[in-house]
Design a protein around this ligand. Structure first.
Ligand code: Z5A
Length: 219
């Protein structure tokens, strides 16, 4: 894996990503357990959200509504929530040497707003630089699945949120945008085949995490 782009007092920033119903919620607890097994207790958090104010913005983003949300409104709300989350939770934790494990981060913005909504990636990049400075995740786990399968899983859970109401074409673009992120910067990403049975998915996660940890703390 690559050297760290952001020198944050040695806490490590790990994110988990993927399209709908891919199994992030199911597997983030497993990732935490793997880290615990190595003596690491990460700060657990998510996006959009992670603080009281950012969780209020999350409600605005996810609630289905009659008035369509403009794409730029969505993008700015996401980065507004992220700015709050970074200042209140993520940076303080990293700066004191804690590890942070986050359910989605800016790769989701490139995938959903860039890939799904077809917003300009340079605009996203400019906001990323403005809000995050040099901070990027040290490791991004992308759970990858055919969107058809993920949507079937997600829709068994009840009323769809504003994003879950999107079309299959939208989620295909989201997936393609995630995979494109990996091509551009392969060292920071770990792709997991999430279409496998859960035991196999978690075996892949464990092997990938062990390689990452070994690289950070060589024997
Ligand atoms: N969003 C955005 O647009 N831009 C951004 O920058 C950010 C976010 C940060 C909320 O995210 C929305 O925000 C999201 C994108 C947007 N779109 N939506 N909706 P979220 O992460 O909170 O919501 P989500 O993507 O819908 O995640 P989820 O609903 O929590 O799904 P999941 O965590 O990936 O899946 P799961 O709940 O773990 O699993 C789904 C079901 O599949 C469940 O019944 C499991 O038991 C089952 N499952 C899991 N793994 C397996 C395997 N391996 N085999 C069989 N069944 C399985």
């Amino acid at each position: 894996m690559s050297s760290l782009p952001y020198q944050h007092g040695r806490g490590c920033f790990i994110t988990i990503e993927g399209t709908e119903g891919v199994g992030k919620t199911t597997n983030i607890a497993y990732i935490r357990q793997c880290l615990n097994d190595h003596g690491i207790e990460p700060v657990m958090t998510r996006e959009p959200g992670g603080t009281d104010l950012a969780e209020s913005i999350r409600v605005l983003l996810l609630e289905p509504r009659v008035e369509p949300m403009a794409e730029m409104t969505e993008l700015f709300l996401i980065f507004a929530a992220r700015a709050q989350h970074l200042v209140q939770k993520i940076k303080p934790a990293l700066d004191t040497g804690q590890w942070v494990l986050c359910d989605r981060f800016t790769d989701a913005t490139y995938a959903y707003q860039g890939g799904g909504r077809l917003l300009d990636k340079n605009t996203i990049g400019n906001l990323e630089n403005l809000v995050q400075g040099a901070l990027r995740p040290d490791l991004v786990l992308i759970l990858d699945i055919e969107p058809e399968i993920g949507l079937q899983r997600a829709r068994q859970r009840g009323d769809p949120d504003r994003f879950e109401q999107e079309t299959l074409h939208f989620f295909r673009r989201v997936r393609a945008a995630y995979l494109q992120r990996v091509v551009q910067d392969p060292d920071r990403y770990l792709i997991i085949d999430a279409g496998q049975p859960l035991d196999d998915v978690q075996r892949q996660i464990k092997v990938g995490l062990q390689a990452f940890l070994l690289n950070r703390h060589p024997l």
